[in-house]
Design a protein around this ligand. Structure first.
Ligand code: NDP
Ligand code: 2IT
Length: 448
């Protein structure tokens, strides 16, 4: 670490104690952009770096709700409005027991650069709650969402801040949140949330977008070495929204999906997934809300393993699509030893810093989350555009735009990495390209 970066990070840690994921996310970006700032005295003079690591606004609120037995519970709600230089704050809501301010600040910080890479007009934000949806009835989830929105509604709007889904927030939750927003405001502000149902302002391809986009990004990386998904063995972690549609696209491109996981364990299916197996996962995870273990009970030949270890099986391509820091340096060593050539991150910050260092040092085709999983928020941006037009585009039209955006993020990352003297380093390419767009916009807008 350069002494300048070390000094800067000391300040970040002192000012934001106990926010270790936020420190990690800032460190990775600052490593990439420090040399760029040295070359741009105007950024230094305007304090761009000092301002970009400080959220414009953080909201934190009580969310009281009653369970089906009438017992009262209190969770904590958050919205981090990190940077609005490019457009309304935009980013998902995460409902998971582990949620805290540090995790949402890391996610909001990543979102600034991710959204910039899409080229659309979206600032960066993130929110959520430490509410744990596991084992809750539909009615309990609805009452929680209504209580959460009862506070959040006064802070958001189609031109102000536009939340969407993330871990634990999918179509069901967006529906309940939208209903409550509409009731409180007496407005059908379609553009206030994305990931809506198709009948009431949602966009075709939004559910698929993150997973498809991660695979499109991997396809571009493979293309730089005249490779493709055809016949490749692919490990996928997670079994939620991102993992499911990554699996669908890999299969469509001729790859063989051999794993899925959840927080209890993982399955290895050496024969590879097919349409029937994928439909089973859709139903298991989106309707019955069961555990991935059931896959191995239903399909002969698939093994279930309790706990972690999904990266230990030989593969050509790895797609981490579960959560942060799920792929360690040790996992990265094993993947590379087993011949893995490409890693495309569907999740946000799934690789630990030592894993990232290893991928970069070994010249692995490594697509960091803020580039590789930008397809989700990109189609959220397209959903907002359709809502503004009061029109909806066809599946083909949205998918073509998503594909173009992912190709463009790939080529921009490649060109930027080259221009700044680190060819092949997608981490630097994505961080610098995203940063430059935000930094120039902040300069244009004066001291904000
Ligand atoms: P879902 O809630 O649909 O699925 C999350 C999946 O990850 C589940 O299989 C879940 O298992 C697993 N998981 C969650 N936490 C852990 C954990 N601590 N350890 C192991 N497994 C875990 O969420 P998404 O698919 O939407 O999100 C997955 C990742 O993709 C997240 O990092 C998210 O930030 C990122 N992302 C999502 C986007 C979107 O549009 N949805 C866009 C861009 C990135 P279990 O059911 O056991 O909890
Ligand atoms: O991490 C992410 O980019 C998301 N969860 C999607 C955000 C969005 O606004 O669609």
């Amino acid at each position: 670490m350069s002494s300048g970066v070390a000094h800067f990070m000391e300040g970040i840690v002192a000012k934001n104690p106990a926010e270790k994921e936020f420190h990690q996310a800032v460190h990775e970006v600052v490593e990439s952009i420090f040399p760029v700032i040295e070359q741009h005295p105007e950024f230094k003079k305007a304090g761009i770096l000092e301002r970009i690591v400080e959220p414009e606004r953080v909201l934190m609120f009580r969310v009281p709700w009653q369970d089906d037995d009438g017992e009262v519970h209190v969770n904590r709600g958050f919205r981090v409005e990190f940077n609005g230089a490019l457009g309304p704050y935009k980013g998902g809501l995460r409902f998971h027991a582990s949620v805290n301010l540090g995790i949402l600040k890391f996610l909001g910080f990543e979102q600034i650069f991710k959204n910039a890479l899409t080229t659309l007009a979206m600032g960066g934000g993130k929110g959520g709650s430490d509410f744990d949806p596991k084992g809750k009835s539909d009615n309990e989830v609805m009452r929680f969402c209504q209580s959460f929105m009862t506070e959040l509604h006064r802070h958001i709007g189609p031109d102000t801040d536009v939340p969407a889904g993330d871990i634990g927030v999918g179509g069901r939750e967006i529906g309940y949140l939208f209903g409550q927003y509409r009731r409180l405001t007496n407005r059908f502000d379609a553009g206030v949330l994305t990931g809506k149902g198709l009948g009431w302002g949602g966009s075709l391809i939004r559910p698929e977008a993150t997973g498809y986009g991660t695979v499109y990004f991997a396809q571009e990386m493979l293309g730089t070495r005249d490779e493709s998904f055809e016949g490749k063995r692919v490990l996928i972690s997670g079994s939620g929204n991102v993992a499911q549609f990554a699996a669908e696209k890999v299969m469509e491109l001729g790859g063989k999906v051999i794993s899925m996981s959840d927080s209890s364990g993982f399955i290895i299916d050496d024969a590879g997934m097919d349409q029937e197996k994928l439909q089973f996962v859709f139903d298991l995870k989106n309707k019955r809300r069961g555990r991935i273990r059931e896959y191995s009970e239903r399909f002969k030949g698939a093994e279930y393993h309790e706990g972690r270890g999904v990266w230990n099986t030989p593969c050509d391509v790895a797609l981490p699509c579960a959560t942060q820091n799920e792929l360690t340096g040790e996992d990265a060593e094993i993947l590379l030893k087993n011949g893995c050539i490409a890693v495309s991150e569907g999740a946000n910050m799934p690789s630990t810093p030592d894993a990232v260092d290893l991928f970069v040092a070994r010249k692995t085709l490594y697509g960091p989350g803020k580039a590789a999983n930008a397809g989700g928020v990109a189609v959220s941006g397209l959903e907002m555009a359709q809502n503004s037009q009061r029109m909806s585009w066809t599946r083909e039209e949205v998918d073509a735009k998503l594909h173009w955006i992912m190709k463009n993020i790939h080529s921009t990352s490649v060109e930027t990495a080259e221009r700044y003297g680190t060819p092949g380093n997608y981490v630097n390419g994505a961080n610098i390209a995203g940063f430059l767009r935000v930094a120039h916009s902040m300069l244009d807008q004066g001291l904000t």
